[in-house]
Write a protein of this length. Structure first.
Ligand SMILES: NC(=O)C1=CN([C@@H]2O[C@H](COP(=O)(O)OP(=O)(O)OC[C@H]3O[C@@H](n4cnc5c(N)ncnc54)[C@H](OP(=O)(O)O)[C@@H]3O)[C@@H](O)[C@H]2O)C=CC1
Ligand SMILES: CC(=O)N[C@@H](CCC(=O)OP(=O)(O)O)C(=O)O
Length: 336
């Protein structure tokens, strides 16, 4: 299959490019940036010298002639662009009968009202929202394989949902709101310069209190209320979430351990039991690591991912694998 990446100069786009070129069943046929991009015509490896020799590919402006080239030459289009840009671009590629994998949040929520409330814009194509498959690979494989538009799950929600859905599915959660405290490395904020992500400014601080868009994304796909608070930490990549769960009365540790067995055969999930996941354990790795400890009815679950891999490019490639009926791990295990 021929793949093009729109937004290839960004952190998630470049990560995806590095995976696609090593994938045995995929060919990377184009790397695109905006028409007015300062990076157009540069090589991807000029921006990411660690990929010298691997990604010596030009960054092409997404002009009208580029759309024509993509129509002729691509099977899969990966949108590694801002939410609003993805909302605009996806219908154009869908109309060309391409399969679209959108790494943004542009098609993850259920209704236009959610976009107004949590993203601050009216959705221009609400008719597509119920056609997009939610790209949470371990939980929605059949829909991902079938759909023409895949809304790859958000980074924080990928960690939270894999940590919590086993408990929800087993009926072990009490009614109480689940508290999720999450810390992300700075690549989570993208490559563009901003004061908030400046080297001298970042230490460790929460943001988005009560209104981060990943709160409703987690609630929508978990079916349970959460209080989600992200933090920005002074490390480049990785997400660690500490999740406080009140279990129903009399739920035992045996039941909790049993609930997590639903993920035991998933090759990109590592169940650590009472061992504690860390950023170090997942950096540049395609896995979600999940650990948990219980005291009475209080359960603390820890989940860790690399935001650019399982939180973005890795999961996008996993969704592509599902579409091609390949093993989840093709091009992922041992690729780093
Ligand atoms: N970083 C992360 O950890 C994660 C990111 N995501 C999502 O993935 C998407 C990309 O994120 P990230 O890689 O961090 O972002 P970056 O800011 O690092 O990259 C954005 C890319 O989009 C390009 N771009 C901007 N405008 C356009 C346009 N109109 N047409 C074509 N290309 C354009 C940029 O290049 P230029 O401006 O030069 O044109 C750049 O290549 C976002 O929606 C983000 O929410 C999802 C999960 C995790
Ligand atoms: C550290 C940081 O700023 N992280 C981003 C989330 C990462 C991301 O790009 O969000 P999606 O997964 O929804 O695409 C944020 O909080 O907006």
């Amino acid at each position: 299959m021929n793949v093009v990446i729109i937004g290839a100069s960004g952190y998630s786009g470049a990560e995806l490019a590095s995976l696609v070129v090593k994938h045995p069943n995929l060919t990377l046929t184009g790397c695109y940036v905006s028409e007015g991009s300062l990076d157009k015509k540069k090589l991807l490896s000029d921006l990411y010298p660690e990929h010298l020799g691997l990604l010596d590919l030009p960054l092409l402006p997404l002009s009208e002639s580029a759309f024509h080239d993509i129509q002729i030459g691509a099977d899969y289009v990966c949108l590694c662009t801002d939410h609003k840009v993805s909302v605009d671009l996806a219908p154009r590629f869908l109309a060309m009968s391409k399969k679209v994998f959108d790494l943004s949040g542009g098609y993850r929520l259920a209704s236009n009202d959610d976009y107004v409330t949590y993203y601050g814009f009216e959705h221009k194509h609400p008719e597509l929202l119920n056609k997009a498959a939610y790209g949470l690979a371990e939980w929605n494989g059949d829909a991902i394989a079938e759909a023409q538009l895949v809304a790859v799950a958000g980074c924080y929600p990928t960690a939270a949902l894999n940590a919590l859905k086993p408990l929800q599915q087993a009926g072990l959660l009490s009614e109480q709101r689940i508290i999720i405290n999450a810390v992300s490395g700075v690549t989570g904020a993208g490559r563009k310069a901003s004061v908030g992500t400046h080297f001298c400014e970042v230490s460790l601080a929460p943001y988005g209190l009560f209104n981060h868009r990943h709160g409703p994304e987690i609630e929508q796909h978990l079916g349970h209320q959460v209080l989600f608070t992200p933090h920005l930490g002074n490390f480049p990549r990785g997400i660690l979430e500490t999740i406080y769960v009140q279990l129903k009365p009399n739920v035992t540790s045996v039941q909790v351990n049993q609930a997590y067995q639903v993920l035991a055969n998933e090759p990109l999930i590592r169940l650590l039991g009472d061992k504690i996941p860390s950023i170090k354990g997942v950096t540049k790795q395609p896995y979600v690591d999940i650990g948990w400890q219980q005291q009475g009815q209080q359960l603390i679950v820890i989940a860790a991912i690399d935001n650019l891999l399982k939180g973005a490019a890795g999961q996008a490639l996993q969704c592509i694998n599902l579409s091609m009926n390949l093993d989840h791990t093709t091009g992922l295990k041992g690729a780093f």
